[in-house]
Design a protein around this ligand. Sequence first.
Ligand code: HEM
Length: 345
Amino acid sequence: MKLSLPKRKSKQGEPAPAEGDAVAAEPELSRSERRARKTAAAKHHSAEGAKDVAGWVDSRTNATGIYTALLSRHVPKGTNWFYTLGSATMFIFAMQAITGVFLAMYYVPSTTQAYASITHLTNDVWMGEFVRGMHKWGASLMIILIFLHMGRTFFFGAYKYPRELNWVIGVVLLVLTTVMGLTGYLLPFDQRSLWATVVANNITASGPVVGPYLADFLRAGPEVGATTLSRFYALHMMLIPGLIGALIGAHLFLVVKLGTTAPPWVRGTRPKGALDEQSVPAGVPSSDDAEVPVAASAAATDADPAATESAAEPPADAPADADEPDGDGDGQRPAAEPDEGEASA
Ligand code: HEM
């Protein structure tokens, strides 16, 4: 699209446009019109420039496909603020990772220097106290948010088929998040963190079967001391964040693949245009009728010989993903096209 720029006023010393000239024939524009045209042209050019860069990156990464899959999804009607708790947890995890990197620039993982390095960071380093505070309060906030998110998925029934695996991944994430809290608490190596770790280690040792072995592994020696600090540091800085990052990836993959569960109060309503249960041909698999009643399929076969084929495989006009779990977890077969029953994320 070509946008014409506003006609330039002739300045002093410049030759005035000749009479009969096409430009001269244009009506004189008001100041606001000229400004509007200029803004439109500037917007157009910046958008085109951004498109070129985005297109270049996209043709090499398929970033738009990933973006569309992650963010441009259909979500069930009735989705509300409770559905942001998972993303809020993820945001806090990202904040913890970022602030943790800055803390690691000053922290020394040694029993003799750990406390001094943290005191130096808090008292002498620019913004050190603020970043440390963010990391400390962020840890508590993440635990609170993760529990709230877990509560949301529990009370909305999002742990049921086909999302059980995502629930299990969530439980592992919860455990790993608490381990982050435990391992991080020892790092300042002051009296409070030392004795809190001794207590936590004794509690772990009292656990059934694996408890004593786990406590031995974490303590890394007969007493909580230098080896424990090194071990907790490695777990806190590398292993656990890596695992959490990978599991969040798997968790989100399943969220995108399986769709979002509708709120319980929306579930009963049938999406507009959804197939009537009676008119669904026998043999089309569905999550709520695990077995096709023999009588139903036999009756269909009697009535129409072509139905023998339809009992074995879905008819050509059935939705392509008829055997896939439904997108909104309402146990209903999804309508071929999203309609008013869904809103776009
Ligand atoms: C680091 C911790 C976690 C992060 C970053 C995280 C992130 C997310 C996000 C972004 C979503 C999609 C949006 C939403 O429904 O809120 C989600 C969905 C889900 N999460 Fe988590 N989550 C975490 C922990 C957990 C825990 C502890 C559980 C349960 C034990 C859990 C179970 C689920 C389930 C079942 C869904 C699917 C919800 C649905 O289909 O409606 N998550 N999670």
